[in-house]
Structures are given as structure tokens and as C-alpha cells.
Design a protein around this ligand. Structure first.
Ligand SMILES: *[C@@H]1O[C@H](CO)[C@@H](O)[C@H](O)[C@H]1NC(C)=O
Ligand SMILES: *[C@@H]1O[C@H](CO)[C@@H](O)[C@H](O)[C@H]1NC(C)=O
Ligand SMILES: *[C@@H]1O[C@H](CO)[C@@H](O)[C@H](O)[C@H]1NC(C)=O
Ligand SMILES: *[C@@H]1O[C@H](CO)[C@@H](O)[C@H](O)[C@H]1NC(C)=O
Ligand SMILES: *[C@@H]1O[C@H](CO)[C@@H](O)[C@H](O)[C@H]1NC(C)=O
Ligand SMILES: *[C@@H]1O[C@H](CO)[C@@H](O)[C@H](O)[C@H]1NC(C)=O
Ligand SMILES: CC(=O)N[C@H]1CO[C@H](CO)[C@@H](O)[C@@H]1O
Length: 380
């Protein structure tokens, strides 16, 4: 059959185009090469810098998905949100590609590296870039909030990230400066950043996170906090410290995760000790249930693992679909859509409509997905 003959060629072409992409994608951002670029090169990564804003605006989700990570560098403590307007304008296109590790930084490492040659600023960029390129679950993202939100006393949502989740940051933190940083998550690819070299930057912290998505395999954890800072967003951590997160990440291991005790206080959904993140384990290396949580310590199982790649295609491309799926596949679809954070419409075969907003959905939904029915799901 003709299609049979041509299919392998098409597959090869896809592989070839994938292997042509550089490791990292940098947006234009005034065309400057920021310190993040130099750190990436030091790590042995290759990078493509968009030649102008138009190039970024012309990219498709599949184009973004070719890179290991997108790097939105610190634009040297820029205070104008217009600098990242391109990110907000195109969020519907790049967000579905960013399913990998993420690091969101409420400070300006490029500025401190360029003007003060701070070793800690270099360490922060290096470790963060290592983390966002380490994931095996799609394109990662490094995003420095620079100084865009530093004068907002009230929490403000990061509009450019609204397709990923609800992120709220606040500033007005320099009376006096927050200078005591404390690292509260780790990863074996993060080897240089420490409390000492993240602290005492005059100011170390420009924006703190009062709200961010924490649930499920796409959830975030605090990576660094403004130690002992109080007020909105203050949290406590497994090493008995307290403060407000100013760097958050997806893909790192929070302190206390790995001790085989599920601690919901620290946003753990599960903890299988040393097998967290191992193949076949339901608990991720971040102590999140890979396929959703039933109750703390009890993860949903995934019985359609093998179909994952086939069905994820529509999600990545964000094409409208109408699919009739069997009850057992439903868990898988739910997971896939949850992972890619799609708003969707779901209707059960009997015609009942269940309009859903952005995941994560409440754990009570786990009850009815197990019923025997056929459902139609359409990405919207
Ligand atoms: C910040 O960026 C904007 C536009 O992107 C630019 O006009 C402005 O000069 C920059 N400001 C500083 C302080 O770098
Ligand atoms: C940061 O601090 C840690 C521990 O204090 C040290 O091992 C590391 O070399 C420092 N990194 C840099 C870039 O100075
Ligand atoms: C900013 O912080 C200072 C010192 O903490 C406080 O006096 C001031 O009211 C804050 N500004 C706003 C707009 O809340
Ligand atoms: C902090 O500011 C002081 C006073 O302006 C200056 O002497 C010092 O070098 C600065 N330190 C850093 C790490 O920027
Ligand atoms: C933070 O608070 C703890 C407990 O009150 C205290 O022991 C510690 O010295 C404080 N650290 C800093 C850097 O302020
Ligand atoms: C890991 O932990 C989860 C939640 O506590 C549990 O459901 C699961 O059975 C454990 N073991 C494996 C291999 O996933
Ligand atoms: C949430 C998710 O899909 N995690 C996957 C990330 O990649 C590793 C390794 O490829 C898988 O084992 C995880 O299931």
C-alpha cells in the first residue's frame, strides 16, 4: 500500500528535523546576549537566538517543542512588562510545548553577573539551565522575572504564564532588601548554587511568589526562599525553616521528599523513598503522583501507559479532536490533558456535559472516571 511505503520516510523526516534544532531557544529581547547565554555555552549547550521578534511570533508549537528548553533571560533588571509582551502575546502557542522542567526566578542574575561579577549569579543561571534541560518530558523553560514586578506591593498574576497555571508575585521588598536566601530543593544536576552565593546581592530578591500551581505531576515546588520573610506567600519547609519562595521549579526534589513519609504540609502527594521517580513507580522525584492523587499517600495507577505517545500527539498539536474512548482509556486521557494543562470540554456518552476549566481538577473526580462509560473529549 502506498501509505505503508511512505510512512517510514515521513517518520525519518520528522526525526531529521528534530535533530536539527539547537538545545536552547532564546527570544530576541533587544538582540542582546545576556549572561544566561554565556552560561549555557559553558555548559556545552548550543543555542539559537531569534534574530528579531517576528521570528518568535512566527513559530508554531511544534517549533518550540524541538528545543530542550526556552530561556527567557534576565533583561538586566528591566522594569517594564512591555519587554515580555511577546511572551504574553504568544502564550497559546509556546505553552503547550513546555511540558518539561521549569525554573521561574524572582530576581535578576544577568544584572548581578554583568555589573557585579557575582559568582552566585553565575551559579544560579548555571544550575537553573541545567535543571530545565535535564527533564525527559518535553521542552523546559527558564524564565527570569527580572525586575518587572518589583514595585508591585499587591500580588499580580504573571499573565504570560496563565496557560500553565495561576502564578502570583509581589514586590516592594527593598525596605530593607531581602538578602538571606535559602535553598529548599535539590537535584543532582544542580551543583553550584548555595545559600551563601545566592545571598547578599544587594538585593537578592526582587519578586516573591504568593501563589503557584502545586498539585500533580505538573506542579511546582519552592527552590529558593527569602529566609524568614513574612507576609503573603510565607510557607514552612521540611528543614523547619520558613520564608517566601522567590525561585520556584518543576522537576526538582523538595527537602524532605525521599524520606518515605508522605507530608501533605510540604505539598507531598506521595513519598516512596529511594524509588521516587524510578521507572514503574507512581510517585515522581518531586513527590507528586504521576497520574493523579486519590488521597495523600495513594496515587492513581496508569493502566494505559503504552498508548501515551499515540494520544499525546493531538495534545501537543492542540488540534481539535473528537474521540470516542473506552472507559479504561479515560484515565490516560485525563492524565495526558492534565499534563499538558489543556482547557477542555468533556461530554460523557449519555450526552451529559462536564465543562472543565484548567486542571488540576479536584481529587473527587477520581471517583467517576472509573465508571464504565465512553466519553468524548475535545481540546478547546
Ligand atoms: C526595558 O525594556 C523596555 C522595552 O522592552 C525599554 O524600552 C526600556 O528602555 C528598558 N528599560 C531599562 C531600564 O532597561
Ligand atoms: C557557591 O557556594 C558553594 C558552597 O558554598 C560552592 O561550593 C560553590 O563553588 C559556589 N559557587 C560559585 C560559583 O561560587
Ligand atoms: C512598600 O513597603 C513599605 C515598607 O515595608 C511600606 O511602608 C509601603 O507602604 C509599601 N507600599 C505599598 C504600596 O504597600
Ligand atoms: C552592595 O552595596 C554596597 C554599597 O553600595 C557596595 O559597597 C557592595 O559592593 C555591594 N555588594 C554587592 C555584592 O553588590
Ligand atoms: C531566621 O529565623 C530563625 C528562627 O527564628 C533564626 O534562628 C535564624 O537566625 C534566622 N536567620 C536569619 C538569616 O535571619
Ligand atoms: C508508591 O507510592 C504510591 C503512593 O503512596 C503507592 O500508591 C504505590 O503503590 C507505591 N509504589 C509504587 C511502585 O508505585
Ligand atoms: C509525568 C510524566 O510523564 N513523567 C515521565 C517523565 O519521563 C520519565 C522518563 O522518560 C517517565 O518515566 C515519567 O513517567
Amino acid at each position: 500500500m502506498r501509505t505503508g511505503r511512505y510512512a517510514p520516510l515521513a517518520a525519518l523526516a520528522t526525526l531529521a528535523s528534530l535533530s536539527l534544532a539547537e538545545d536552547l531557544l532564546f527570544p530576541h529581547m533587544h538582540g542582546l546576549k545576556y549572561a544566561e547565554y554565556d552560561q549555557a555555552v559553558k555548559l556545552g549547550l548550543t543555542a539559537h537566538i531569534c534574530k528579531d521578534e517576528d521570528e518568535w511570533y512566527g513559530m508554531t508549537t511544534a517549533d518550540f517543542a524541538k528545543y530542550k528548553a526556552i530561556i527567557v533571560p534576565d533583561c538586566l533588571c528591566n522594569t517594564s512588562l512591555s519587554t515580555i509582551k511577546f511572551l504574553d502575546d504568544t502564550k497559546g502557542v509556546w505553552s503547550p510545548a513546555v511540558t518539561g522542567n521549569m525554573v521561574l526566578i524572582g530576581t535578576d542574575p544577568s544584572f548581578h553577573a554583568k555589573y557585579y561579577h557575582l559568582p552566585g549569579a553565575l551559579a544560579m543561571m548555571q544550575d537553573s539551565i541545567s535543571l530545565v534541560t535535564a527533564g525527559k518530558n518535553g521542552t523546559g523553560m527558564y524564565f527570569s522575572l527580572s525586575c518587572y514586578y518589583q514595585s508591585n506591593a499587591a500580588p499580580m498574576s504573571i499573565s504570560a504564564l496563565s496557560e500553565i497555571g495561576n502564578f502570583q508575585v509581589r514586590g516592594n521588598l527593598s525596605h530593607p532588601c531581602l538578602n538571606n536566601a535559602h535553598i529548599v530543593a535539590k537535584s543532582n544536576v544542580m551543583t553550584t548554587l548555595s545559600d551563601e552565593n545566592a545571598s547578599n546581592w544587594n538585593c537578592s530578591v526582587h519578586e516573591v511568589f504568593s501563589e503557584y500551581p502545586r498539585d500533580g505531576s505538573g506542579g511546582f515546588e519552592a527552590l529558593a526562599i527569602a529566609l524568614n520573610a513574612t507576609g503573603l506567600g510565607q510557607r514552612s519547609f521540611a528543614d523547619k525553616t520558613s520564608g517566601i519562595p522567590y525561585i520556584i521549579a518543576r522537576g526538582a526534589t523538595p527537602l524532605g521528599c525521599g524520606n518515605s513519609i508522605t507530608e501533605p504540609t510540604y505539598n507531598e502527594e506521595c513519598d516512596n523513598g529511594s524509588t521516587n521517580g524510578a521507572p514503574g513507580d507512581l510517585c515522581s522525584s518531586s513527590c507528586k503522583c504521576l497520574y493523579g492523587m486519590i488521597t495523600p499517600g495513594v496515587c492513581r495507577s496508569n493502566y494505559c501507559r503504552s498508548e501515551y505517545l499515540a494520544t499525546s500527539k493531538f495534545v501537543v498539536e492542540r488540534a481539535p479532536v473528537n474521540a470516542n474512548i473506552a472507559a479504561k482509556q479515560f484515565d490516560h486521557w485525563l492524565h495526558t490533558i492534565q499534563l499538558f494543562k489543556f482547557p477542555l470540554q468533556l461530554s460523557v456518552w449519555d450526552g451529559t456535559r462536564h465543562p472543565y476549566g484548567n486542571p488540576p481538577w479536584p481529587a473527587t473526580e477520581a471517583v467517576w472516571y472509573q465508571r464504565d462509560f465512553t466519553a468524548r473529549i475535545r481540546a478547546v
